[in-house]
Write a protein that binds this ligand. Structure first.
Ligand code: HEC
Length: 142
């Protein structure tokens, strides 16, 4: 348990440090959009922002119900921080270099952990395949 907490802290710190050097590769991503702004920009946003939007929208991924997220771009003031029922989503590209594994976790978390409380978003068609792809694209930037 101790080791796990330590590892998480190191990975988190590395992500924060990287965050000061690397900016999100999107046009206007200094501050991420909140759910309302996501709705407005649904068609015009790039894929990374679209993925973020699917993740934070309560009637879509609702990932923040369980996950805290460490983003390089600024968190919108009007958006509550994520929960802590699941592990924080941080440094995902380093931790999931294989996109296929990351996608599989979102498609059906019960494959890796049959007792998972994370909804099987793809398997149960809570999200479309395209929506999961967009989330993966976004997660690969954090
Ligand atoms: C009801 C709570 C819940 C929701 C909602 C949820 N998750 Fe999870 N998630 C978990 C839990 C708990 C885990 C820990 C592993 C497990 O039990 O499957 C997890 C694990 C993960 C992991 C693996 C993280 C790691 O460090 O290994 C990823 C990636 C992930 N979730 C992404 C998402 C995304 C993206 C969404 C939204 C589309 C989401 N989760 C929604 C509870 C949730």
């Amino acid at each position: 348990m101790r080791k796990k907490i330590f590892t998480t802290a190191v990975v988190g710190a590395a992500a924060l440090m990287a965050g000061t050097l690397v900016t999100l590769p999107t046009a206007s991503a200094d501050t991420l959009p909140d759910e309302k702004q996501c709705k407005k920009a649904a068609k015009t946003a790039d894929n990374v922002i679209k993925g973020w939007c699917v993740a934070i929208t309560r009637r879509k991924g609702n990932c923040l119900a369980c996950h805290g997220v460490t983003t390089k771009a600024r968190w919108p003031e009007t958006l509550a921080p994520g929960g802590n029922m699941g592990p924080p989503l941080v440094a995902m590209k380093q931790r999931f270099p294989d996109k296929v594994k990351l996608r599989a976790q979102i498609h059906d978390a019960t494959v890796a952990n049959p007792q998972s409380v994370m909804p099987p978003f793809g398997k149960n068609q809570l999200l479309s395949g395209k929506e999961i792809d967009l989330i993966v694209e976004w997660l690969q930037t954090i």
